[in-house]
Structure formats: C-alpha cells, structure tokens
Design a protein around this ligand. Structure first.
Ligand SMILES: Nc1ncnc2c1ncn2[C@@H]1O[C@H](COP(=O)(O)OP(=O)(O)OP(=O)(O)O)[C@@H](O)[C@H]1O
Length: 456
C-alpha cells in the first residue's frame, strides 16, 4: 500500500505511547512528528502544514480531568483552523468527548487503541483537513482579498516626509474615480496603498479585486479577466464571470502591469477605453463599473521609450501617479516599522519581547533593505521566533544582503564579469537601481533585464 502524503503530529507526555502511535501510523502516512511537550505545538504548526494532531488530554499526574487537552485543542484551532484535532485519553468519558467535539475536535479515541481503529480515525481526519484547506483556497481565490475586506483604512505606517506626502495624496485622490498607477520596488507597499485607496473611496463597500497580471498567461488572460460562457473552450463547464465583473461597483487592482506583453496591453487598452467587456464565447458586450488601480515595479516610462509598453495605455492608467520610495531612502521609517511588526508578531507567537538592543537598532538603521518593508517583516518575524530573550539582539537579525566579493581577479569570462560589475554597482549605490544603471551606462530597463538574466 502506498503511503498517503500527510503530516501527523502526535502529542503525548508518555514516550511509549508516542513510540507505538508512530509505529502504527508510519506505514500509512508520509510524515509522523512526535512531541512529549504540548508547549512545542505552536512551533510545529508554524513550521509545517499539519493535517492531523493526535492530542493527549492529560499531561500531569493528578490532573486527569482533560482540561489541559481542551486548552491545547483551543490553541491549535486558533493557530491552524484547518488542522484536524483528534483527542486521545485513557480516562475517556462521554462528557469529555462531547465537550471536546463542541470545541472543535473532530473525533475522540480511547487508549489503548488498535492499529486499524487508529488508522481509520486519522485517515478520516486527513481527508477532512484537506477538504477544509481546499475550501479555504477556493474562497481565497473567489473572494480574492475580500476575506479581510472589512479591515479599516488608516493602517499605513510611515512618518517620513515621503510617506506622509503619499498618504496625503491618497486622501485627496481616493474619493475621485481617477485611475491610479502605483510605482515602487518590490515590497514597498503597492498593494497596501491600493487597498487603502479603495477603503478611502465611496466604493469601499463593494469588492476589491486583486489580479496579478504577471501570473496570467495568454490563455488565462481573457478567461480570468473577462469570464466565459459554458462550452467556450474544453474545460468551460459552466458560465463564469471574470474579475472585471467580479469587481462590480468596486476596485480592480491590476498588479505587475509592466509584465504584460504588448498584444495583451492592446486588449486591456480597449477594455479601459470602452469600459465594456465580452465574455469568451459570447457575443454580448457588458458594461463594467470599476475603478482601476495599476501597479508595477518595472521602469514603465523607460519601457515606453523602448517601445515595450504602450504609451496610450500608460496615459490611460496614470491619471494620478503614486511613487513609493524604497525603504533605504527613508530610513527613519525602518525603526517604526520594525516596532510595528514586533508588536504584531508578539501577538501572533504569544511572546512579550520588549524591543531591540542598541546594536540591533544600529543594524536595522544601517542595512540597505533590498526587499523593503516585506524584508523588515521577515527579519523581525525570524528574530521573534528564535529569540528566548526579552530584547532582540543583533545576532537575532538575519540580514541576507551579503557582502559580495566583486574583485575581478583573472576572470575574463564576459558573462561572469558583467554579473560582477552589476553587483559592484549595486553595492556601491546601496541597491539604488537608477544610480547603479547610470554608473554602468545602462537604462533602468536594461539593468532590470540583466538583473533578471543573472538572477540577482
Ligand atoms: N506602510 C506600511 N505599513 C505597514 N505595513 C506595510 C506597509 N507597506 C507595506 N507593508 C507590509 O509589507 C509587506 C509588503 O507590502 P506589499 O505587498 O503592499 O508590497 P508590494 O509593493 O505590493 O510588493 P510586490 O511588488 O512584491 O508585490 C506586506 O506584508 C504589507 O502588509
């Protein structure tokens, strides 16, 4: 029998039980994790996708009322709602089983078990977790970002003048229906700003639909954006509306617009000009009622000069242009953001870390943040997870922007030399693309292409 791809976590303070459950289940499932300490459950749930937790009800001699089991059950359900929890106890009672099931356990098993019964219960648990996860994924796709749609506006962090002026611009333009183009490097907050504009607009009670144009291939472009009718192509089993219709009355956020090939740019331009779409396989035109926000990290104006982005499309989408500066150009915001994420992550990981050491603060201030705000979040998250201290120290902060050896030596290979020169220029200008490009005698677009080629 082939093992089923599934991860099962068994938590019990009795090592013999852990051993026997592992032996029983490892024949059937690919990954079995055991732990004799329920306090480690959070770590396991954060580091892998766990399908089923088999959880003991009692952990201390003299405390056999199952309350600890119920406590950990609640904890697991909060941290990972899709994980199935099956409780086990040698002191099973119907009342306790009912309580556990009311609080989210999917089943209950009495010790000692026989292997077949254990396998049966766990197997159903795995299927349950999968179907829950699938539903959540579907909902995420269908509802797009509307799951957190009711989030309030006004959560953008940043005191620097650049940030404050971006926030002022948002307040001014959000209530209008003007098309907005947001420009900025990866992780500078383009999505966050697009959402903020939506939430500050009169459309805030209608959907906010995010489309990653970079992820849509040719075939998907029309079906995803415009929808299709049953039979329009082989897999079109039922009428399906596209993202433009899904965003009715609200906002459509077209992300990574700089990645759209020229012929698809023409299709998009037609839709934006006429404000009408046609579902694939249907003759009828449908009016669209959406506000359009676009974003890109590509040097779109230079792409127009190089004729890789249509000027008429740019003029349609950039009635208002919002430039989000990279974090290295507004280092004052770094500490503010680091403290903001620390607070958020303290809650997530149930820690009470008070702040950063002076050395860590200097480290945060002097780093060049190539990944911008997203990188601040990742670095703080890692530090929060690994530290046992109440203060984050410099060695807890894992800055990935390594120093690169850019000496040419005897290497005359053209490709490798080009890569080294680019690295050197980026290092010299602390990751600033415009300045590095100027130094190298390239346009920003040409430098971006080379960065991609060399996977830098
Ligand atoms: N001003 C801000 N205040 C608080 N959090 C922010 C801010 N800007 C960005 N973030 C957080 O940083 C992360 C990256 O932001 P976001 O996804 O908006 O960036 P992006 O520019 O759209 O990135 P990409 O180009 O890679 O898609 C997110 O987790 C977001 O919540």
């Amino acid at each position: 029998m082939r093992k089923k791809e599934a991860t099962i976590l068994i938590v019990d303070d009795d090592d013999d039980i852990l051993f026997s459950a592992r032996i029983s289940l490892k024949k059937y499932f690919t990954e079995i994790i055991t732990s004799n300490n329920p306090k480690k459950i959070g770590n396991h749930l954060n580091s892998s996708v766990i399908d089923v937790v088999l959880l003991d009800m009692n952990y201390r001699v003299g405390f056999e009322d199952g309350k600890e089991g119920l406590y950990w059950l609640k904890y697991i359900k909060e941290l990972s709602p899709e994980t199935t929890v099956i409780l086990m106890t040698a002191f099973g009672s119907v009342n306790l089983a009912v309580d556990a099931i009311k609080q989210g356990a999917s089943d209950f098993i009495l010790k000692p078990w026989n292997t077949e019964k254990l396998y049966g219960v766990v197997n159903v648990g795995v299927e349950l977790a999968r179907s829950k996860r699938k539903t959540v994924q579907l909902e995420t796709v269908q509802n797009q970002d509307n799951l957190d749609f009711h989030k309030k506006a006004g959560h953008i962090i940043g005191n620097s003048e650049a940030m404050q002026s971006a926030i002022r611009l948002v307040k001014k333009v959000a209530p209008t229906d003007a098309n907005i183009l947001i420009l900025g490097e990866n992780g500078t907050g383009k999505y966050v700003f697009a959402k903020e504009i939506h939430l500050e607009s009169d459309r805030k009670n209608a959907p906010f639909i995010h489309v990653d144009l970079g992820a849509l291939n040719e075939n998907l472009f029309e079906s995803e954006l415009f929808g299709y009718v049953k039979g329009a192509f082989t897999d079109a089993h039922k009428d399906t509306i596209g993202r433009f219709e899904l965003a009715k009355g609200g906002t459509i956020f077209l992300d990574e617009i700089g990645n759209l090939p020229l012929h698809l740019q023409s299709k998009l331009l037609t839709v934006i000009q006429n404000r009408k779409i046609t579902r694939l396989g249907e003759g009828k035109e449908r009016e669209i009622d959406v506000r359009i926000i676009c974003a890109t990290n590509a040097p779109i104006h230079e792409m127009v000069d190089e004729q890789t982005f249509r000027q008429d499309l740019l003029f349609r989408i950039n009635t208002i242009e919002l430039n989000l500066p990279p974090l290295r150009e507004r280092q004052d915001d770094t500490l503010l953001l680091a403290n903001y994420f620390l607070k958020k992550l303290n809650n997530k990981y149930r820690k009470s870390i008070e702040g950063f050491s002076n050395e860590a603060i200097n480290g945060l201030k002097n780093y060049s943040w190539p990944g911008n705000i997203r990188e601040v979040e990742h670095i703080v998250e890692r530090a929060v997870i690994i530290t046992d201290d109440t203060i984050i120290q410099i060695h807890d902060l894992h800055f990935s922007g390594k120093k690169i050896d850019t000496s040419l030596g005897d290497n005359l290979n053209l490709e490798e030399t080009e890569k080294l020169l680019i690295q050197k220029a980026l290092q010299k200008h602390q990751g600033n693309i415009s300045r590095a490009a100027k130094d190298l005698g390239l346009t920003r677009a040409a430098l971006y292409r080379r960065l991609e080629k060399h996977e830098l």
